[in-house]
Design a binder for this molecule. Structure first.
Ligand code: HEM
Length: 542
């Protein structure tokens, strides 16, 4: 032992040892000490000192608090400022808390903030690297212009039948799980994952699956893996935004090769079969096949303009050469963009309805009224559902209170000046990161009175506290907003129309209320799961 220690000491004292220690000290100084002076040198308020290497997100990384709570506390702490500084690991981020500034960045000055921070190598991460969310600059504009017609109201209408058929079948399966007392305790995230999986499979990939019966199907298990933002995968996702070059150099992939190959085969096989047999089915694969042939048209009166204009707009549309991976990537986006977010929205909505029986009663009344007027749930159309105001208010209030995406992000692509409330200015440079704390903004009592109350009536046209629509950030804001928001709302509303037609949702012995957020997950989720008791409604109505 003594010899070992002696060796170590003499090693350290050797020239090489001294050099190594100096390099490590210099690296520490440049990477940590100097980096954390960034905001102080610019006169930007920030929380000091951030934890070395982990930055201000240390509590999230070490699973002490959810990222929503970390950002929410900072949002309140800097209430006199329009923005503040945050260290995402060692990357300085400007967190913009003032709504006018948010609108400027996302809408008016969008040309300065075109891209998200994440950067993936298309060759290394062939699916997510090609997905719309990760695309940048001209490629993004071109792809968004091509894809937008696939997400208009008229295309949703065509897919609606696929969704309602599936909802009716899923409800029949759930009914078989009821005990003799007509009740079943079900975990909502799992339930809505299965709903969402099968709806995405049919609408995006053209495949019929019943995940309630075939519980371990590859679509379900790989989709769950693909959208898992818990633990290491959540941190990896943040790391791809913060150190894209390091992640690339380490040859790390966001998604496994097995997953990429599975989805690639599903999409390519489906396309090949359809081309051979001339099959036309109103789903996303069909829309993407049309887009690839440049046959996708914008319907009259449906505005799908991609903001900012400039290079890469509609003119470039005709020059795009789509690879098989481009098509597969846009289908997979349904999984990544829509599967976990929609199941999160639905799980929180079920919880709020169970613990707010008056809201559930009012919504059930609306559903019963509409169902009676159309002659049965199976006759529900997209138009009829769109006319249901209370259903819309309940979905909006859930998105406000429990937004699935706690913050939005942008990268500055052209120099930009941010001005604080006291007139102090700071110059943003190309590459600087910006976050918009959506969850904190939507719980700000100045924008949403009584923010912790579940109060759908705030969205009523005659509300005593009218909502500023720009503050509703659950689907983002401006030209880079969520392309799938119509689809998400259509799916969620249809599922609840069918569920409340057949069941009452009640708080049961395992329901955690108030909900505590699971600390290890980047996407908001309930620490103890979303357990709800389903009670069959009377046989005649069901
Ligand atoms: C409740 C469900 C959903 C929520 C809360 C949600 C939320 C979001 C948010 C916050 C963004 C970023 C917006 C911004 O930065 O301004 C986004 C982008 C995106 N979402 Fe969704 N989303 C949902 C469902 C879906 C669905 C069903 C799809 C299906 C295709 C989808 C596809 C996308 C895509 C492709 C983008 C990137 C758009 C672009 O970069 O141009 N999302 N979503």
């Amino acid at each position: 032992m003594a010899t070992m220690l002696g060796g170590l000491v003499s090693g350290l004292l050797s020239l090489e040892g001294a050099l190594a220690v100096s390099v490590a000290a210099l690296l520490y100084y440049y990477l940590v000490v100097r980096a954390t002076r960034y905001f102080a040198e610019r006169g930007v308020p920030y929380v000091a000192p951030p934890v070395a290497l982990l930055g201000n997100g240390a509590d999230f990384m070490t699973r002490k608090r959810h990222i929503t709570d970390v950002l929410g506390d900072m949002y309140r702490r800097f209430e006199r400022h329009r923005f503040f500084g945050y260290f995402d690991f060692l990357s300085p981020i400007y967190v913009v808390r003032d709504l006018e500034l948010v609108k400027q960045i996302c809408i008016k000055d969008f040309d300065h903030f075109l891209n998200h921070r994440i950067q993936l190598d298309e060759n290394h991460d062939p699916l997510f690297g090609r997905a719309l969310f990760a695309m940048r600059d001209t490629r993004w504009r071109t792809m968004r212009t091509i894809l937008s017609p696939a997400f208009t109201g008229s295309k949703m209408r065509l897919m609606f039948g696929l969704i309602t058929t599936y909802c009716a079948a899923a409800v029949r399966t759930i009914r078989t799980e009821m005990g003799a007392d007509g009740c079943a305790e079900l975990e909502m995230k799992e339930l809505f994952r299965r709903f969402g999986n099968d709806i995405v499979a049919t609408c995006a990939f053209g495949i019929e699956i019943n995940s309630f019966r075939d519980r371990a199907n590859a679509f379900f298990t790989l989709g769950k893996e693909l959208t898992n933002l818990e633990g290491f995968q959540g941190v990896k996702f943040l790391a791809f935004s913060s150190f894209p070059r390091v992640m690339r150099a380490l040859r790390l992939r966001l998604f496994s090769a097995k997953m990429t190959s599975f989805f690639r085969h599903v999409v390519m096989d489906t396309i090949a079969q359809r081309e051979q047999r001339g099959i036309v089915r109103h789903d996303m694969i069909n829309l993407l096949m049309e887009a690839r042939k440049q046959e996708l048209r914008v319907d009259e009166n449906e505005n799908v303009e991609v903001g900012g204009g400039g290079a890469g707009g509609a003119d470039k549309k005709r020059t795009v050469d789509w690879t098989d991976d481009d098509v597969t990537a846009q289908c997979t986006v349904f999984f990544f963009g829509g599967y976990d977010t929609v199941s999160t929205l639905s799980a929180f909505m079920a919880h709020e309805l169970a613990v707010n029986p008056d809201v559930q009663e009012r919504l059930r009344d609306e559903i019963d009224r509409v169902r009676a007027s159309i002659g049965g749930a199976e006759k529900l159309t997209y138009e009829t559902m769109q006319s249901m105001r209370y259903l819309d208010m309940v979905a909006n209030e859930t998105l406000r209170k429990w937004t699935p995406a706690p913050f939005l992000d942008r990268t500055c692509s052209k120099p930009y000046v941010l001005e604080d409330a006291d007139g102090r200015k700071v110059q943003l440079r190309k590459g600087d990161g910006v976050w918009i704390p959506a969850a904190a903004i939507m719980r700000d009592p100045l924008l949403f009175p009584e923010p912790d109350r579940f109060w759908p009536e705030r969205f009523a046209p005659d509300s005593p506290a009218p909502v500023d629509t720009a503050a509703m950030l659950a689907f983002g804001l401006g030209p880079r907003n969520c392309i799938g928001s119509r689809f998400a709302l259509m799916e969620t509303k249809a599922v609840f129309f069918f569920l409340l037609t057949h069941f009452r949702l009640e708080a049961g012995p395992r329901t955690q209320h108030p909900i505590q957020l699971k600390k290890a997950s980047l996407a908001p989720s309930a620490e103890k799961g979303f357990w709800i008791r389903f009670r069959l409604r009377d046989a005649q109505r069901a």
